[in-house]
Design a protein around this ligand. Structure first.
Ligand SMILES: C[S@@+](CC[C@H](N)C(=O)[O-])C[C@H]1O[C@@H](n2cnc3c(N)ncnc32)[C@H](O)[C@@H]1O
Length: 262
């Protein structure tokens, strides 16, 4: 399969899966009630005059967090149904400075130099062409505008990174790739983004919830448990699995927050 066809296939899969599970992402505590939203806000001190673009908004939680502090947020996503669920959820809250627009992160339907801030939280691992997403974010930002990026982060050890990426793909086949810090920095520097700050944090994930939101069957859940059980020392140190064979199984996902400037 050519690169282009493979990339289109991945995007179609994302739309199909997130369309099906959109409500679970709107109500997800992991996405909506998590402390990292506060960290994102603190990282950039938003201004009342700002025009903000939220890429791959999912349930709209990042857009919702920033809306009270800025002039306008445009919440975008490639999945129509996800955008509808986010809009329904946000409109019930009486927020009226968020607009919703369907958009592929790799081909944004906006003019150059439009936004003071671009946010993209827990989504870039779904984008088949990270270079295009980074170039598009740079293009639509005003001069000196900020990109706030939050995503899972891979180990710099290739074998560990590959194992955990495969673990992720098994649960959600629309997962493309979690990048390492080094890979993110390379992508950002390639388009001349200036990296101002980065932070790491971890989230403890309940396997039961994590597989339920993606409707995994029992065979897949068992394979995920086997992967946790048979993981190398390096992987176990990173994922810290607990109670692997029990219903209260947990493991950790490592995240990075990056603040970059055009
Ligand atoms: C986990 S959700 C994002 C969570 C959300 N940003 C938040 O802060 O809660 C991942 C989202 O990425 C979207 N997505 C996947 N590929 C995309 C692409 N190429 N362009 C835009 N959105 C995409 C999916 O439709 C899904 O809504």
């Amino acid at each position: 399969m050519s690169h282009q066809k493979r990339n289109e296939f991945k995007k179609t899969l994302s739309k199909k899966r997130f369309g099906k599970f959109s409500r679970a992402y709107v109500t997800s505590k992991h996405h909506g009630k998590s402390l990292d939203l506060e960290k994102l806000l603190q990282l950039c001190s938003p201004q009342k005059t700002w025009n903000v673009l939220d890429i791959a908004t999912g349930g709209g939680h990042t857009a919702l967090k920033f809306a009270p502090y800025v002039s306008q947020v445009i919440a975008t996503d490639i999945t129509t149904k996800m955008l509808q669920s986010a809009q329904e959820f946000i409109e019930k809250k009486g927020i009226n400075n968020i607009k919703f627009e369907e958009a592929d992160a790799e081909a944004l339907p906006f003019e150059d130099n439009q936004f003071d801030l671009v946010t993209c939280r827990i989504a870039a691992h779904h984008f088949p062409n990270i270079g295009k997403f980074v170039r598009e974010s740079y293009r639509v930002l005003k001069k000196k505008g900020y990109l706030l990026l939050e995503d899972q982060v891979a180990s710099e050890n290739k074998a560990t990174a590959e194992y955990i990426n495969n673990f992720e793909k098994l649960r959600d086949p629309s997962h493309v790739k979690t990048l390492s810090k080094k890979e993110w920095f390379q992508e950002l520097k390639a388009v001349r983004f200036k990296i101002l700050e980065h932070q790491y944090f971890q989230k403890e994930i309940k396997l039961e919830w994590w597989t339920r939101v993606q409707n995994c069957n029992s065979k897949t859940i068992q394979t995920l448990r086997d992967l946790l059980k048979n993981a190398s020392v390096d992987i176990k140190a990173r994922m810290e699995p607990k109670n692997i064979l029990k219903s209260n199984c947990t493991f950790k996902i490592n995240f990075i927050l990056i603040k970059a400037q055009k």
